[in-house]
Design a protein around this ligand. Structure first.
Ligand code: ADP
Ligand code: MG
Length: 252
């Protein structure tokens, strides 16, 4: 057990796009093994925060520490090697490859370096990992279907499996249930919950109901800034959060 309970620490993170400060001086910690969620209305800066943490864009100022290491603006490749995996709001599946092939490709990074020069890596580690994920995610019946032919819900589930292929320490998810039916949303929520523990999860989500059921800790953003954070029950009861978020029309 490491003494530092925080797997991720964000300090004073800001980014400007021209005149707009899309993320404004945001700080929070995510504890090891927990599900930490960032919620907020559309345009609050959630995806931009997500992109800053995962190294896809560079902050104007601030710091991101992962697993005790300063990873600010280190780029996605470095972060993936450090054990931070993300799934994309826009799909990153190969539609013309099968479910199994998508997973095996994603698991290639687990292969020992000695096999790296081979055109097809042959230690069987990636293959075994792909099979493990197919079973874990209930995709056995679809293993040899092309990813492009899966239902929307199955594709989103496969994306999460792909992100987990190289056994990350932390998984970042940006609206994993976007566009899903109610039943698929519930199922995905349960699946996310079952992943936490050994794995730490940062969930960026517009669906407040889902977040409140799943999360150990909730961070609320509005207009680029952090408005509140705490236990789901405390956040839900916070009058400032209700005024800024729950009170604001929509289906909440
Ligand atoms: P959310 O995910 O909470 O809905 P976003 O992070 O996508 O919010 O967007 C926050 C704000 O930043 C929005 O006003 C959006 O239009 C703006 N924004 C996001 N990305 C860019 C970009 N690359 N260039 C300019 N403005 C952007
Ligand atoms: Mg978004």
């Amino acid at each position: 057990n490491q003494p530092d309970q925080n797997v991720l620490s964000v300090r004073g993170l800001s980014v400007r796009f021209g005149a707009l400060t899309a993320v404004n001086n945001v700080s929070f910690d995510a504890k090891r093994g927990h599900i930490t969620s960032v919620i907020g209305p559309n345009g609050a800066g959630k995806s931009t925060l997500f992109n800053l943490i995962s190294g896809a864009i560079r902050p104007s100022s601030g710091k991101v520490s992962f697993n005790g290491q300063d990873v600010t603006a280190r780029g996605p490749d470095h972060l993936v090697k450090a054990g931070l995996a993300r799934s994309f709001q826009i799909t990153n599946l190969f539609f013309e490859l099968s479910v199994f092939e998508n997973l095996r490709l994603a698991a290639q990074a687990l292969e020992p370096a000695i096999h790296a020069w081979l055109p097809v890596r042959r230690s069987g580690i990636a293959l075994a990992r792909a099979e493990e994920l197919i079973a874990q995610f209930g995709l056995s019946a679809k293993a040899h279907e092309l990813a492009g032919y899966l239902s929307h819900g199955e594709q989103r589930r496969l994306e999460i499996a792909v992100a987990l292929a190289c056994k990350p320490r932390m998984l970042l998810l940006d609206e994993p249930t976007q566009g899903m039916s109610h039943a698929d949303t519930e199922e995905t929520g349960e699946m996310i919950k079952s992943l936490a523990g050994e794995l730490s999860i940062l969930l960026v989500e517009h669906d407040v109901g889902l977040v409140m059921n799943l999360s150990d800790h909730v961070v609320v953003m509005t207009q680029g800034a952090k408005l509140a954070e705490g236990l789901p029950s405390a956040v839900r009861a916070n009058p400032a959060v209700q005024a800024a978020y729950f009170g604001q029309g929509g289906h909440h």
